[in-house]
Ligand binder design. Structure first.
Ligand code: SAM
Length: 286
């Protein structure tokens, strides 16, 4: 009887090496892009591959994509792509919903303050500054972005007239609009961050496009964004919706509008279904 190739390889490979190869294969086969992490944030302490967002490969990808992203944003085509799109061919309705929701939020803020100051928490290298300028050609926008050191430095290089920081200096003043778009859930102590953001919002606070769960308690998940070219992994919260809204009520934020984007990634072994949602709050009046 002819022997199959895998069987032949098995016969020819020394047992110790074979066990190593099988172990490696099962380790990589189990690496889902999105996965529930039952042990929570402690996981990062024993997994050095969880390097977070402040890594050079993220900046390198942002830098490589920037010219195509900027051209697409500044054209008249639909804004149906993100800066993370593999190409900018479009058709991403979740991205379109995200940008149009941001446009609505900006319009609300501008109704109250024709010249607006904006704090963009986790704003990367200022993608939403470029979007704001493209959505409203006449906008009078004083843009402040707080991100981690490498991305903040790249943003300052792209937009030297705007303010980029990676320390708490952005929290020393108040803003007409504070936004945390797809960023709050990357902070282990999300309540502390939300509290600080609420304190510095004098008009509106927009917590946009982040994962929520309704049929389970808040849980931690991992993202392995290697498909985007990021040589890192990061943890994030999928917050229970009631828990999140109880905290915003405690902070005396008034919900003005909820947003849905059409994004519900499947998180391997998660205790509940995640769906990205967003909320525009009016800040507490002093
Ligand atoms: C998915 S990206 C979202 C970028 C942008 N806000 C958007 O909506 O396209 C998450 C951003 O949050 C930033 N981030 C993660 N942890 C942060 C922290 N502790 N403080 C500030 N920014 C953080 C990351 O560096 C990254 O720029």
């Amino acid at each position: 009887m002819p022997i199959s190739l895998p069987a032949l390889l098995r016969e020819l490979t020394p047992p110790l090496l074979w066990r190593g190869l099988v172990g490696l294969r099962s380790r990589f086969a189990a690496r889902h892009e999105w996965e529930y992490i039952p042990e929570g944030w402690d996981y990062a302490n024993v997994h050095p591959e969880v390097a977070g967002w402040d890594v050079q490969s993220v900046v390198d990808v942002y830098r490589a994509k920037w010219p195509a992203f900027a051209d697409a944003v500044q054209s008249s085509r639909p804004l149906d792509f993100t800066h993370e799109s593999p190409d900018f061919t479009g058709g991403d309705l979740n991205a379109h919903n995200g940008v149009m929701s941001f446009a609505y939020v900006l319009a609300r803020a501008r109704q109250q303050h024709p010249a607006i100051s904006l704090l963009d928490w986790g704003g990367g290298s200022g993608h939403y500054y470029l979007l704001a300028k493209a959505l409203y050609l006449d906008i009078d926008l004083d843009y402040h972005c707080r991100d981690l050191p490498l991305l903040a430095a790249y943003g300052a290089e792209l937009f030297p007239a705007q303010t980029f920081s990676s320390d708490d200096s952005s929290l020393d003043r108040r803003y007409d609009l504070v936004m945390a778009n797809t960023s709050l859930h990357y902070s282990q102590d999300w309540r502390a961050v939300l509290g600080r953001l609420a304190q510095v919002a004098s008009g509106f606070l927009y917590v946009g496009n982040f994962p929520l769960v309704t049929d389970a308690s808040s849980f931690v998940f991992i993202q392995r964004p290697n498909a985007y070219g990021y040589a890192t992994e990061y943890l994030g919260w999928c917050l229970n919706r009631d828990e999140f809204l109880a905290e915003t009520a405690r902070l005396k934020l008034t919900l003005e509008r909820e947003f849905v984007y059409g994004y519900a990634p499947s998180i391997y072994k998660a205790p509940g279904a995640a769906e990205y949602r967003g909320f525009l709050f009016r800040a507490a009046q002093e």
